[in-house]
Design a protein around this ligand. Structure first.
Ligand SMILES: [Zn+2]
Length: 448
């Protein structure tokens, strides 16, 4: 790249080590015989170069594997460039290694040393150079990656951002969005597609405070796959939950504008930080493949009220959403009478059932009490009956179904609840206590 005399050269190196969950590095340990140097020859057992509209890959993958990777990369590029509203320009050179020990020494010697090191460590790196001249910039990014499932795509998001914007933004955003791009399957698919290892880690560990995720003083690229998981979860939540999504893209475009200073997470989301913190913890608690943050968005707007006289509080609960407002504010140990009307299905083309659910408890109406950013243990309701509130606060309801399986549900049930004028029976008191968990942590829902 030629440099104009008054140009500022900014070199950006974005690193990543062991991207998705302690995958075994793809670099084989056994060192086979040396091979003659090949650069672009499509030679059996050697390196080949394959190209598409936007990528030029040098690799030891088979022709078929390399073509499959190119197709995934082009799909990813289509999704991220549509998301950020800026088309990709130019070609991104990539070195993708399956067995780096077999790469010809001459070839390795011609590559960037940091990139080589990164491949040897089983990770990936995007090495970029941006030449800024006034308000204009020109960028060139080269990707080095092991040929595992996620690393080339993750690094290619960085390369796209570098070409399109001249920067990838602060670490939490750059790495979080590179993982969002890596897992993204289709334009209108908001569902969680992260690998099981990432999901299990996030569910098992204590949620990171927001401050710890977004504070740039605590962040370095390539620190650990666990930190990448937290950054992904936050970006996924902010990007797809309608409570926050409208502000997220403009924030991203500001973060990707290197001439703007004093923009960041707190300037945009400071007033919603407690709400985001709650929904982030809720996401991690219930995370599953197929989970939809849009369907499970928390309702911060509906007003709740205590029961007045004998008039029931009425709500409509949709089968395909997470916790929804009952509009009723309950008092701990008080008893309430409820009745429901309608039916729902919990699978596409499934049989309509009422709020009693199936014999196994699937499709049953269940409740939880929200108070000061905390949730009670969930408890079972049904089509009609009484319940004793396990805590004081706002009552939320939902149709019991796997958190990753809400999207194919349909139907709405109308729920009427009023205060009961008789004291709870022993049985009702027992029901108000946390139900026996069904094969999960204490946060799992009541069984049948
Ligand atoms: Zn990265």
């Amino acid at each position: 790249m030629s440099r104009t005399p008054n140009a500022t050269v900014v070199a950006i190196v974005i690193g990543l080590s062991l991207l998705a969950g302690g995958r075994a590095p793809s670099v084989a340990l056994a060192g086979p015989e040396k091979r003659e140097a090949t650069t672009d020859a499509d030679r059996e057992g050697g390196l080949r170069t394959v190209r598409s509209k936007s990528f030029l890959i040098t690799t030891d993958l088979s022709e078929e594997e390399a073509r499959e990777l190119l197709a995934r990369l082009e799909t990813m590029l289509r999704l991220v460039s549509a998301y950020w509203g800026r088309p990709h320009r130019g070609v991104i050179p990539m070195y993708v290694a399956k067995d780096f020990t077999r790469w010809p020494a001459e070839q390795v010697a011609s590559m960037d040393r940091a990139g080589v090191q990164s491949i040897r460590r089983g990770g990936g790196l995007t090495v970029s150079e941006t030449v800024v001249s006034g308000n204009a910039f020109r960028s060139k990014a080269t990707v080095y990656a092991v040929a595992d499932r996620g690393t080339p795509q993750h690094e290619a998001v960085h390369a796209y951002c570098t070409h399109a914007f001249g920067t990838c933004g602060p670490v939490w955003y750059a790495e979080g969005m590179a993982e969002v791009g890596n897992y993204w399957q289709e334009q209108d698919d908001n569902s969680v597609q992260a690998p099981l290892q990432v999901i299990r880690f996030l569910k098992r560990s204590d949620p990171k405070p927001l401050q710890a995720i977004v504070d740039s003083r605590l962040q370095t690229s390539g620190d650990s796959w666990q930190n990448y998981a937290s950054r992904w979860a936050l970006c996924h939540l902010l990007g797809h939950n309608p409570n926050y999504a409208l502000r997220f893209k403009p924030l991203g475009l500001q973060l990707l504008n290197p001439t703007l200073r004093n923009v960041g997470f707190w300037q945009v989301y400071g007033t919603q930080a407690e709400e985001i913190d709650f929904e982030y913890r809720l996401l991690l608690q219930n995370l599953e493949p197929g989970y939809r943050v849009d369907l499970c968005r928390w309702d911060w707007k509906t007003k709740f009220r205590s029961p007045r006289g004998g008039r029931p509080v009425v709500s409509k609960i949709a089968a395909d959403h997470g916790w929804q407002a009952s509009r009723l504010c309950v008092t701990a140990d008080a008893t309430y009478e409820f009745a429901t009307e309608g039916s729902w299905t919990i699978a596409s083309g499934g049989v309509a059932i009422d709020a009693n659910g199936s014999e196994e408890g699937a499709g049953k109406l269940i409740g939880v009490v929200f108070s000061d950013g905390q949730l009670s243990a969930p408890f079972a309701l049904a089509a009609e009956g009484t319940f004793t509130a396990p805590a004081s606060g706002d009552l939320f309801l939902r149709c019991q179904d796997g958190w990753g399986h809400l999207a194919d549900n349909s139907g709405t049930i109308t729920v009427r609840i009023k205060a009961s004028d008789r004291p709870p029976s022993r049985n009702e008191r027992r029901q108000a206590r946390p139900a026996t968990p069904r094969g999960g942590p204490a946060t799992s829902e009541p069984g049948a």
